[in-house]
Design a protein. Structure first.
Length: 173
């Protein structure tokens, strides 16, 4: 019993009380700092993706068949509202200036790709080209690769991922 009392008295020394108190204060400040960093780091991303999915329109450029296929792929996930996915026909590509995310069906729009790049609002407008593997000629692929905010995709599952990434990374009004 006497040994236990000596150990308790030893750790009740003022230096241990001060060190213990400072450790608790620093640990509390560290926890609060980490919580603030997490909130300030994640909340802008969550807010931006929420605003992007809620308000921005996805414009699909191509034939009616390509539009219906791509729209079904996009809206079946219930991430996007059906009213936010619109169709731009090949004879009305200038209408693309009003949108900040363009999905281009390569099979039906390959001969209009230069006009589509000219019609986009600015370099912050994302262009996602949906094409079958190997269907884009090498010289055209090199030209597309030099355009900012442009993605070439050949899988519908990957298309959804690229749409979400483009919505997050491109600026919007």
């Amino acid at each position: 019993m006497n040994i236990i009392q000596q150990i308790v008295d030893f750790f009740n020394h003022p230096i241990f009380i001060i060190v213990g108190g400072l450790t608790v204060v620093f640990a509390t400040i560290g926890i609060i700092y980490r919580i603030v960093c997490i909130v300030l780091g994640i909340s802008p991303l969550v807010f931006r993706i929420g605003k992007a999915v809620w308000r921005r329109k996805v414009a699909i450029i191509g034939s009616a068949e390509a539009y219906s296929s791509l729209k079904e792929c996009i809206t079946d996930t219930d991430i996007f509202k059906k009213g936010n996915v619109i169709h731009i026909t090949l004879d009305n590509i200038d209408k693309a200036k009003d949108h900040t995310l363009l999905i281009v069906d390569w099979e039906t729009s390959s001969n209009q790709i230069d006009h589509i790049f000219l019609a986009r609002r600015n370099h912050n407008t994302a262009v996602i080209i949906f094409a079958k593997a190997g269907s884009i000629p090498h010289d055209k692929m090199s030209e597309i690769a030099n355009k900012s905010n442009t993605v070439v995709v050949n899988f519908k599952g990957r298309l959804l991922n690229d749409i979400l990434n483009s919505l997050i990374t491109t600026s919007f009004d």
